[in-house]
Design a protein around this ligand. Sequence first.
Ligand SMILES: *Cc1c(COP(=O)(O)O)cnc(C)c1O
Length: 386
Amino acid sequence: MRSTFLPYNRPDLTEAEAEAVAEAVRSLWITRGPRVAAFEAELAAYLGVEHVAAVRSCTAALHLALVAEGVGPGDEVVTTPLTFVASVNVIVHVGATPVLADVDPDTGCLDPEAVEAALTPRTRGVIPVDYAGHPVDLDRFRTLAARHGLFLLEDAAHALGAAYRGAPVGRGGHWTAFSFYATKNLTTGEGGALVCPSEEALERVRVLSLHGLSKHAWARYTEAGSWFYEVHQPGFKYNMTDIDAALGLVQLRRFDGMQARRAAIAARYQEAFAAEPALEVPAVRPDVRPAWHLYPLRIRPERLDCDRDTFVEELRRRRIGTSVHFIPIHYHPYYRERFGWPKGAFPRAEDYFAREISLPLYPSLSDADVEDVIAAVRDVAARHAR
Ligand SMILES: *Cc1c(COP(=O)(O)O)cnc(C)c1O
């Protein structure tokens, strides 16, 4: 057994990030400035897209997209129950009605067929989530959106670095929101980015992300700037800062290396657990490259004498930290009570949740750490086998 506790997640930060942040501080650009612009340009180049806004968080990005689409009371937006609450909170924040549709039982991603069945004349758009970093079936969502005149807002909080049919997630031409929260594959501490479907959409998002102040107001304290601005629609305070962007620029340069390490760890887990009768390894569709934000292992309760919660506790006793993704949206009291979704309403998401354990997966795990995780999981599975 390990002599120290292995945390479930640890941000991968080096002296280079620390130095870059210190430089931003010394430059006195501590809010939106040249580093944010550089981060947007480098992220756009990395994704191969043109219209990227760096913002405060992925939640802010999702919210801005809905406001830019003019979503409001009376509108419905379809999303998945197997997500972080932010994906659904933003629908409530614009006064619209969230509609849930069940997930694909293999990938945990929103199922396009279930979405089709949930559409009504009031449906305005769909927010599919690239669960664990596995891209959703984008071709089917694009067809569905085009056929019904809906916007597509991909919650790619887990999916920077993922690819669908050879193209990076984010290059699909629709709204795509990324997260740079501390636990995500690339971090700025807190941060996010929104890929916009057009130049006009990007301009709208830029204005909305800074109080609704007219164009380029962020540069008003520079020599080229002007004190004049106007507000045509009240916006939000959702801009990224140069301190965050300094961190993000270094992370972006290190990103391919970090992703390669994630993929190698995931491959080792897949190999180690594939033949275990009590375990189900995450499915990977042949036409995708997952970002491996999470490693969502599932237990097969019929082969064990314990449930998921006990399995998690047994791993903790063996000093392995884990997490669970996600508590289905309709289990949260607010959503259950406000929208009247009963337990059993989304059986595939519920089954996924009941069996899921997210194992440690981050670049700074050593090979020995990975083997400790594998040994602990196998030991618990063996001791509880039936
Ligand atoms: C982390 C996460 C978010 C929110 O990201 P923030 O940057 O913290 O706002 C949204 N959706 C999903 C699926 C997430 O995991």
